[in-house]
Ligand binder design. Structure first.
Ligand code: NAD
Ligand code: TDX
Length: 331
């Protein structure tokens, strides 16, 4: 297949492109605006015979139409993705996550293009810390932040295009990803690079909040499986049973980097901070026979820490600006 990958210069998109080139025969075109979150440095070393890069906005209808005409399938990762930014300035989240997705859907409708939409478990809201429940494909939508509400809106648009226009689309909602090429604004890379620079990690509020971690390469493998074998119109939840409190993650990072486990600071909490996310991925595992390769979060985290230690040239350019923005917010 000739795949068009939106947002392929970002964290999960670039991991997916590397995965596709290594593990399939598909060719890839990346469409990416190169916002603050995207960089060509994440796409170095890919073979010219199977990889092309186009800089552009997913809300640019003529460009999108031209690209859809040349591709068999689209995997849509592009988004404004950071909750804290969405609390500061929601507008770009509506422009990209809602209008951008709408623009892609209209092109897919015109060309009858196979479409896979990438989304998040945050559309389901949060769970109590002591609740044994996990999210499933039938959990009602209840997003908390401007980010997650625009992702929820984009999911509903995709579902409506399937139902009303027979769009050949699938959706996936994944839990928190970690791995190489993640922007230093996000929790795990922020804390790793803080410690590497001699700064203390910053925990929002109590640090008791729980996230369900999955390695980005496992997410990529799941998306490829759904693209090739998923049932049209279906939603699949992707998760690797990786629940950890934020405090436990920071302690693991400090220990791995040879620091005392309590050498972190508590900072002001995120407004509306979701307590806990947890994914039940039974449908994907039983229907499509997918399972994660990274079973051991601690080992995957150690591998990720090693990657950041070895790739300071990749993350250093964004670090100072990111930290000065956080400092201004007391975080
Ligand atoms: P990211 O912020 O690292 O990357 C987003 C990419 O999209 C960047 O390369 C950026 O330049 C590009 N982009 C933004 N606006 C664009 C536009 N208007 N036109 C074209 N390109 C544009 O994000 P990420 O963490 O890699 O997330 C990718 C997708 O996965 C998002 O849809 C996100 O909602 C979803 N997701 C993320 C996680 C996670 O843990 N990071 C978990 C579940 C789902
Ligand atoms: O410095 C920090 N300290 C801290 O305690 C930062 C940046 C975050 N946190 C907390 C907030 C969350 O409880 O860590 C947790 C993870 O934070 P983020 O990395 O910002 O991720 P989250 O808000 O959980 O959202 C992520 O997962 C779902 C992605 O950014 C989303 O794009 C995805 O949809």
């Amino acid at each position: 297949m000739r795949l068009l990958v939106t947002g392929g210069a970002g964290f999960i998109g670039s991991n997916f492109v590397h995965h596709i080139i290594a593990r399939s025969d598909h060719s890839v075109t990346v469409l990416d605006k190169l916002t603050y979150a995207g960089t060509l440095a994440s796409l170095e070393g890919l073979p010219e015979s199977r990889f092309r890069f186009v800089r552009g906005d997913i809300a640019d209808a003529p460009l999108v139409d031209e690209l859809f005409a040349e591709h068999d399938a689209v995997v849509h990762f592009a988004a404004e993705s950071h909750n804290d930014n969405s609390l500061d300035d929601p507008r770009p989240f509506l422009d990209t996550n809602i209008i951008g997705t709408f623009t892609l859907l209209e092109a897919a409708r015109r060309h009858g293009t196979r479409f896979h939409h990438i989304s998040t478990d945050e559309v389901y809201g949060d769970l109590e810390l002591d609740d044994p429940a996990r999210f499933t494909e039938t959990t009602p939508y209840n997003p908390s932040s401007p980010y997650s509400s625009t992702k929820a809106g984009s999911d509903l648009l995709v579902r409506a295009w399937v139902r009303s226009f027979d769009l050949p689309a699938t959706l996936s909602n994944c839990s928190n990803n970690y791995g190489p090429y993640q922007h230093v604004e996000k929790f795990i890379p922020r804390q790793i690079t803080n410690v590497l620079r001699g700064e203390r990690p910053k925990l929002y509020g109590s640090g008791e909040n729980v996230r369900d971690w999955i390695h980005a390469d496992d997410h990529s493998a799941a998306v490829l499986t759904i693209l090739e074998q998923g049932r049209i119109g279906e939603t699949y939840l992707i998760g690797a049973d990786g629940e950890q409190s934020n405090k436990a993650v920071v302690e693991l990072i400090l220990t791995e980097l040879g620091q005392p486990a309590d050498a972190y600071d508590h900072v002001v909490d995120r407004p509306g901070h979701d307590l806990r996310y947890a994914i039940d991925s039974t449908k994907l595992r039983t229907e499509l026979d997918w399972s994660p390769r990274f079973h051991d979060f601690e080992a995957g985290l150690a591998q990720t820490i090693a990657w950041y230690r070895e790739h300071e040239g990749w993350w250093a350019p964004a670090k100072d600006a990111t930290e000065s923005r956080y400092r201004a917010q007391g975080q």
